[in-house]
Design a protein around this ligand. Structure first.
Ligand SMILES: [Fe+2]
Ligand SMILES: [Fe+2]
Length: 369
């Protein structure tokens, strides 16, 4: 496919613009610009204080010192740092998310700091040597869940990455947080793939319904719609599966995998919940935004029973809960309780976002199996 030629700002058939040539001529005479040395307050003389020296210099510290609060509608669409001195004719980067309510969450700054402080390595920080051979049914159950998680984790890298470049860099904290999320999810894929392949088992089955749900998120028409589907609904459900996984771990290896993934996942869910809250509270047409979001939730919730009525999720969970295939009936009772908890926690997240779904929800109170 033919590609459009790259255009570069060259004038007069030279490498330099007229203004740059004038500057070079002045430099040759030993005359410097030095305007940057004379910039006055308010953007000079700033000394951010480490308010908790044992933590180090945080984003909260520098935001408290200068240009901390983003504008609701920044005038520029550039990569120039918030609070810097800029030329009048900076190019427009073509960002499409230029209003704070479209991307922001009030907990974004501490969440980013937490994310960077809690990065871990799936190679080094998991006690892989504690992994011991398991009975075949338990190993298959662990591997089936690990396969499912390997399949779904990277949606939460792909989806934010798709929207990241479209967000105005004025809201750099959101973009930085989404970068940490993308890295977290890469590590989640890594750790579950490693678990599936590390103990005599292997990668197991993937179901069409799972891929359909992932595709819905990936191709959601707006960021907030995809964020609701992914952060609030999907990752919330995955967080509950992680909690079950930690509870059902058969060794220290699995316990540590799930414990570390829970920390990461809780941040992603927390951002999504607080973003939904910020979006709905600050949307210029608030009532309409809430009504539209209810319409989306009505449809998305109808898909939950189908998404979770997946033999490759509920049966391995039941086998682990029943401590083997012989205890699968008892295990299913526990899986039904997980359903009730998942629904309850989803409704609590919606309530926290000021988006009350309790009377409206289409998620059945009891598992349909
Ligand atoms: Fe994840
Ligand atoms: Fe996540």
């Amino acid at each position: 496919m033919a590609q459009a030629p790259i255009t570069v700002p060259v004038t007069n058939g030279t490498l330099l613009t007229e203004q740059q040539q004038t500057y070079v001529d002045e430099l040759k005479k030993g005359r410097f610009d030095l305007e940057w040395l004379r910039d006055p307050k308010p953007n000079w003389g700033i000394r951010a204080e480490m308010r908790k020296p044992d933590r180090g210099l945080t984003l909260q510290d520098i935001n408290a010192a200068y240009a901390g609060e983003p504008e609701d509608k920044p005038a520029l669409r550039t990569m120039a740092p918030r609070g810097s001195v800029v030329d009048d004719d900076l190019p427009d980067m073509g960002y499409t998310y230029n209003e704070k309510y479209q991307v922001w969450a009030d907990n974004i700054v501490p969440l980013y700091e937490e994310a960077t402080a809690r990065q871990w390595s799936a190679t080094r920080d998991i006690p892989w040597d504690e992994l011991k051979p398991l009975p075949d049914d338990l190993e298959r159950a662990q591997c089936q869940i690990a396969t499912f998680l390997t399949e779904v984790e990277m949606i939460a890298s792909d989806f934010p990455a798709k929207w990241l470049w479209q967000m105005n860099q004025h809201f750099h904290e959101v973009k930085m947080f989404l970068c940490t999320q993308a890295m977290d999810e890469a590590r989640h894929l890594e750790v579950f793939r490693k678990r599936a392949l590390a103990n005599g088992g292997g990668l197991m089955r993937c179901l069409t319904g799972t891929e359909v749900f992932l595709k819905t998120i990936l191709h959601a028409p707006t960021y907030v719609q995809g964020s609701f589907l992914m952060h609030v609904l999907g990752e919330g459900l995955i967080l509950d599966i992680f909690r079950s996984g930690e509870f059902l771990a058969k060794n220290k290896t699995e316990k540590e995998i799930y414990r570390l993934c829970i920390q990461d996942e809780a941040r992603h869910v927390s951002y999504g919940t607080m973003h939904l809250k910020y979006f709905l509270e600050h949307h210029p047409e608030r009532e309409k935004a809430i009504a539209d979001m209810h319409m989306l939730a009505d449809v998305a919730e109808l898909g939950i029973p189908g998404f979770l009525t997946n033999p490759y999720i509920i049966e391995p969970l039941a086998v682990l809960m029943g401590d083997g295939v012989k205890g699968i009936d008892k295990g299913m009772e526990a899986v039904r309780l997980v359903w009730v908890r998942m629904r309850e926690e989803y409704l609590n997240r919606c309530a926290l976002a000021g988006f009350d779904r309790r009377e409206l929800t289409r998620v059945p109170e009891q598992a349909p199996f």
